[in-house]
Design a protein around this ligand. Structure first.
Ligand code: AMP
Length: 190
C-alpha cells in the first residue's frame, strides 16, 4: 500500500495534482472537502454543520472529520493505496490518521507539501471562484482560510518532519512540471 498525503495551503493545487497522481499511480482519492461538499448537496445534518463552517473559512471539528475518514477507510478494498487530499489539517488529525493506518498494518509513506506564496494563492483562488461556484472562493473567506491554514494546519509540517517523510515540492510554474517533481518523489519510494 502506498499512502500519500498531499498537503499545502488553500489554492496550492492539491486537487489538480491529486488527479494526476490518481491517473499515474492508480491510487484511490480521498478528499475530505469533496466529501463535505457532497453532504452539503444532500442536505444532511453533517452537510448543514459543514456549510456553516466552510462558508466562514473555519475547519470542521476534528472528531467529525476523523469519524468520516475512518468510515471511508473501511469502505476501501483492493486498493493500491490512497491519496489523502485536504486531510490531515490539524496535528490531532495527523496523529489520528497514523493510528488508523497503523491499526490496519499501514502508515503514511510520504507527505508532499506544495509550496506557493500567499499572493499567488489569493490570485488562483479568486480566479477559481469565477468558475468553481464554491461559496468559499471569495476574498474575505479566502483570507480567513489562509489564516486558519497558518495557525492550525501549518504545524502538521513538523509532525511529518519528525516522521521523516516530509517532502517539500515547488508548487509554482507549469502544472506538468509540478507533477514531474511529485512523480519523481513518489517513484523514489519504490
Ligand atoms: P478543501 O476542499 O480541502 O479546500 O476544503 C474545503 C473546506 O472544507 C475547508 O475550508 C474546511 O472548512 C473543510 N474541511 C475540509 N477538509 C477538512 C479537514 N480535514 N478538517 C477540517 N475541515 C475540513
Amino acid at each position: 500500500m502506498l499512502n500519500v498525503v498531499i498537503f499545502g495551503p488553500p489554492g496550492s493545487g492539491k486537487g489538480t495534482q491529486s488527479e494526476r497522481i490518481i491517473e499515474n499511480f492508480g491510487l484511490t482519492h480521498i478528499s475530505t472537502g469533496d466529501i463535505l461538499r457532497k453532504e452539503i448537496c444532500a442536505g444532511s445534518d453533517l452537510g448543514k454543520l459543514a456549510k456553516s463552517l466552510i462558508d466562514k473559512g473555519q475547519l470542521v471539528p476534528d472528531e467529525t472529520i476523523i469519524e468520516i475518514l475512518e468510515k471511508k477507510l473501511d469502505t476501501l478494498n483492493n486498493t493500491k493505496g490512497v491519496i489523502f487530499d485536504g486531510f490531515p489539517r490539524t496535528v490531532d488529525q495527523a496523529a489520528a490518521l497514523k493510528k488508523m493506518l497503523n491499526s490496519r498494518g499501514q502508515d503514511v509513506n510520504i507527505m508532499l507539501n506544495l509550496e506557493v506564496d500567499r499572493e499567488e494563492l489569493i490570485d488562483r483562488l479568486l480566479k477559481r471562484g469565477q468558475v468553481s461556484g464554491r461559496s468559499d472562493d471569495n476574498l474575505e473567506t479566502i483570507e480567513q482560510r489562509i489564516k486558519v491554514y497558518e495557525k492550525q494546519t501549518a504545524p502538521v509540517i513538523d509532525f511529518y518532519k519528525s516522521e521523516g517523510i516530509y517532502h517539500p515540492i515547488k508548487g509554482t510554474g507549469e502544472i506538468d512540471a509540478i507533477f514531474s517533481r511529485i512523480a519523481e518523489a513518489i517513484s523514489a519510494l519504490a
